[in-house]
Design a protein around this ligand. Structure first.
Ligand code: PDD
Length: 276
């Protein structure tokens, strides 16, 4: 299959990345993951909009515009014959001898993208178990940065405990997952962390909020405490790759009866109705 490199479509053996790329040295760049349903990218404008916002927040100017970016990614999806899968795109600040400060005008960002096709026979996801892990990330979690070391460490800790995802918390405040947003349901009200510098403003989260508005489903955008989450009636996470995924257990404590609850199921239905 083909890759996107800047504005060119190349085979894997034609991809050339400098050993001095600042993505490699510093994680100095930003990225997006866009889900493909039935051969069509879902919420591509929102994802590419966020990519350019992330780039701007790290004072990086991408070499071409959002429309051209979406066109290039659409072409990649079509040429690679992706039906169910996703597109990954990243942009680093570029290649230059290693100094921490920006290396100056001469540098141009390096954009790469690939597609991934999911197998036809992929089984439906089981309700997930979560493990609470201290959120030791920096204070700009609103930027979709390539620096994912704290996320990687948290996810690994969850995996080693037999869990699918980490439930990150700053002191007793629950923020988000290592690669997902988190939602609890208590007495018919959905609780989720407000959009701030402590979480990524998830595109799936935005679609969920839209669904809630259309369904008249009450949502309280206020941080949950660790103690709060254990006694939620329902819990779920959201991400581009998982959509809405019900949660059955947090730190070994059962949520509800461990099966997707009525509010979660109602939202999953509304979410699915929005897919291409
Ligand atoms: N992760 N929070 C974090 C820290 C994330 O990395 C992600 C997505 C989300 C959910 O955002 P969205 O709904 O826009 O995918 C929340 C992607 C999928 C990843 O890193 O693979």
């Amino acid at each position: 299959s083909m890759y996107l490199m800047n504005d060119r479509f190349v085979k894997d053996d034609e991809v050339t990345i400098s050993i001095e790329d600042r993505g490699y040295y510093f994680g100095d760049g930003v990225y997006e993951v866009i889900r493909v349903y039935g051969g069509v990218m879902f919420t591509a404008e929102e994802h590419i909009g966020r990519l350019y916002e992330s780039a701007e927040k790290i004072r990086m100017t991408l070499p071409y515009g959002q429309e051209e970016m979406i066109d290039n990614l659409s072409r990649l999806v079509t040429d690679n014959g992706v039906k169910e899968g996703h597109v990954y795109i990243q942009a680093t600040r570029g290649a230059a001898p290693r100094v921490h400060q920006f290396p100056g005008e001469a540098i141009t960002p390096v954009i790469t993208a690939y597609t991934k096709s999911y197998p036809d026979d992929a089984p439906a996801a089981e309700p997930a178990k979560l493990k609470s892990v201290a959120d030791i990330r920096w204070l700009r979690c609103d930027i979709k940065s390539l620096n994912l070391l704290a996320n990687v460490m948290a996810k690994q800790e969850a995996y080693e405990a037999g869990c699918y995802e980490a439930l990150l918390h700053r002191d007793s405040t629950v923020t988000e997952g290592s690669s997902s947003n988190l939602f609890g349901v208590k007495d018919g009200v959905i609780h989720t962390h407000p959009v701030s510098n402590f979480i990524l403003n998830g595109i799936t989260r935005r679609v969920i909020m839209q669904c809630c508005e259309e369904l008249g489903q009450p949502v309280q955008e206020e941080p949950m405490s660790l103690e709060d989450v254990y006694s939620m009636d329902e819990f779920f996470l959201s991400s581009t790759t998982n959509g809405i995924l019900p949660v059955s257990e947090i730190d070994g404590r059962r949520i509800g009866d461990g099966r997707p609850g009525p509010v979660t199921e109602k939202l999953m239905e509304a979410f699915e109705a929005k897919l291409p």
